[in-house]
Write a protein that binds this ligand. Structure first.
Ligand code: ADP
Length: 300
């Protein structure tokens, strides 16, 4: 999406963000040897050109970034009030991304079968048009049958869904098709009444997941791999500036570390370090130099 941020009464800062994009950026910054492709739909307008250039400047592959002939990207505006509280206003009801499934032809899905991993979240599930889900699930089944690992983060955003029941229905399908789940406790609290990381792990156990990673803000991360349940300690950041995209940074770096052959404990610590760095900067995407500096201190 296009991100507009108020700078002063008459000036807006322009940026680009979105949960899966944020994860892709942080994965690629930490693990440049991995090939990371965006799968999305944008428009043919000037802002979409800028967005595509930004993807490229973050070294993301763009062959699966489709250009809709008449739609344009969604936009959100962030305001911060006197007490530092953030407010988001969205214009996304008619965005190009809602049309992504129209571009997922059998040929495109065949091309995607060469990937190791396909990562998606609950946000596309919420914004896809009525009727698009069936084709999306069929595409995912084809990827899975070809050996692509499917990874899902529910990232529940209540205002995007028509009802809780619909979100629960789609998440159930997503979790049934996934190999790895990366939920945050808060997302599951609203939908399923889950209050703790342990309960979140328990909830995930009804699905055939190879790997479950439950994020719980500064409190802890729980992982369940096979029968091994581990609790990982997080060092809380004292100077939190903006928690936007903490979970996204965590997902990108965790998956990048796992794909690069790192173990569970080390991958969680690298992911937590990345997330802890991102929340010390405003906006979803932390400045490249500061981010890389901190991650190099962590051995990346
Ligand atoms: P989401 O952004 O999806 O809601 P969380 O709030 O659980 O996810 O945060 C994701 C990750 O960010 C956590 O697992 C943790 O590693 C890191 N994190 C979040 N808040 C803090 C904090 N105050 N101090 C340090 N790390 C944090």
């Amino acid at each position: 999406m296009v991100e507009l941020r108020e700078q002063d009464e008459s000036t807006m800062g322009l940026s680009f963000a979105g949960d899966v994009y944020n994860s892709a950026v942080y994965m690629k910054r930490c693990f440049p040897q991995l090939s990371v492709s965006m799968v999305t739909a944008i428009g043919r307008d000037r802002l979409s050109d800028k967005m595509l250039n930004r993807f490229k400047s973050e070294s993301l592959e763009t062959e699966f970034v489709f250009r809709h002939p008449s739609k344009v990207p969604g936009i959100y505006f962030i305001e911060t009030d006197e007490s530092g509280e953030r407010r988001f206003t969205y214009w996304r009801n008619d965005s190009a991304a809602r049309k992504l499934v129209d571009f997922l032809s059998a040929e495109v899905i065949e091309q995607l079968t060469v990937a190791d991993t396909f990562f998606f979240s609950g946000i596309p599930l919420a914004i896809f048009e009525q009727g698009a889900h069936t084709k999306f699930w069929q595409s995912l089944e084809r990827l899975k049958a070809a050996g692509v690992k499917v990874v899902f983060d529910p990232n529940y955003r209540a205002q995007l869904w028509t009802s809780k029941e619909e979100a629960i229905r789609q998440f159930d399908k997503a979790l049934r098709l996934s190999d790895i789940a990366l939920p945050g406790v808060e997302d599951l609290t609203v939908l399923y009444g889950i209050q703790s990381a342990q309960d979140a792990v328990g909830f995930c156990q009804q699905y055939e997941l190879e790997e479950v990673v439950v994020k719980n803000g500064p409190h802890s991360v729980f992982t369940l791999v096979g029968n091994e349940l581990l609790s990982h300690t997080i060092t809380p950041v004292t100077k939190v500036v903006d928690t936007t995209s903490a979970g996204d940074a965590f997902n990108g770096v965790y998956l990048g570390a796992r794909l690069s052959g790192r173990g569970i404990g080390e991958s969680v610590q690298l992911a937590a370090k990345a997330a802890g760095t991102v929340i010390q900067h405003p906006g979803a995407i932390a400045p490249m130099a500061a981010f890389k500096q901190t991650m190099s201190e962590a051995g990346i």
